[in-house]
Write a protein that binds this ligand. Sequence first.
Ligand SMILES: [Zn+2]
Ligand SMILES: [Zn+2]
Length: 352
Amino acid sequence: MDKNSYFGTSSSLTTPQHVPLVPIISDKHLSLLLPIIIYWVYSGMYHLISIYRIPFFEKYRIRSLEETKTKNKISSSEVIKGVIVQQFLQTVLGFIVVAAEEEQVLPDDNAEILGLSQTLETYSTSFGIGHHIRPHKQILAEYSYWYLIPVVKFFFAMFLLDTWQYFMHRLFHQNAFLYRHIHSRHHRLYAPYAFGALYNHPIEGFLFDSLGATIAFTLSGLSVKGASIDHVCLQVSFDDNYLMCRTVDDHSGYDIPFNPIQRIFGNNAIYHDIHHQTYGLKKNFSQPFFTFWDRIFGTYLPYHEVPKVLEEDSSRDIADDDDDPQALKKSKTMESRTSSKRYNLRSRKNIS
Ligand SMILES: [Zn+2]
Ligand SMILES: [Zn+2]
């Protein structure tokens, strides 16, 4: 498997130079700017679909345009300003980190594969199946190196990020100080829309997203960039750009059955919409991929159980959940009138 076509020539054949994807900017700096571009383009698309009420998408709409204007406790212009500040701070931090990083040494793929094939032979021999493995050890090592190991790392990184975000998110709801001063900002949106996805406190953005992704990428081994075109593609698919699309989708206000970003994983727009409602503030903490932590710890609320929750729990006190209890109580009354109808009307099953 010749991967050398991705690398440019250099003065030394043993130390190939990495060619940036875009010549005028390094891959690292591009990786800081691309998520911002993707965020505004992707959320802009949802915004146009919403404000022009594109008929094809209307049947997938979770919240009406009126609800985004009447239920939310923050104007869209304030949301845009907040997101720009958030992205500016994260980009500055990213540039500082990139400037401080040492140049990464590209791994020697052939040496890594050779080491892997030797490990395979050693272990298979110790298990008494060496004679089966030995003739195929080279091809097994190559496929493991280029495909199997990256896929395992990919799922491990998803598990780590989900674990980090579930417990951080839950902590920021259960601790009154953290909720009131930090996380409640994001919950000013009761009818989420796409470009409100990153409307949150800068501390939350750093802890949940920047630090969470760094921990997941580093512990899983996905953070080694530039090893080869395969690894770059894998990285990009999981990295900030994919996460950015996911968070935009989760707040898009549309439950689109044919959107793979919403359908591959159980955690999707309608699942997160429930968390933005007054009755769901202590439910559906999981993000961004799976829902198993919610299921394990009893905080799982799928959309088809919402009408039952509203009927059974109509007198629940929610005063501690936000910085404006009166507005929340008013909102909850409105929600009781509308949500039962909304979720009952939905015919698709097992979305979450
Ligand atoms: Zn929350
Ligand atoms: Zn949200």
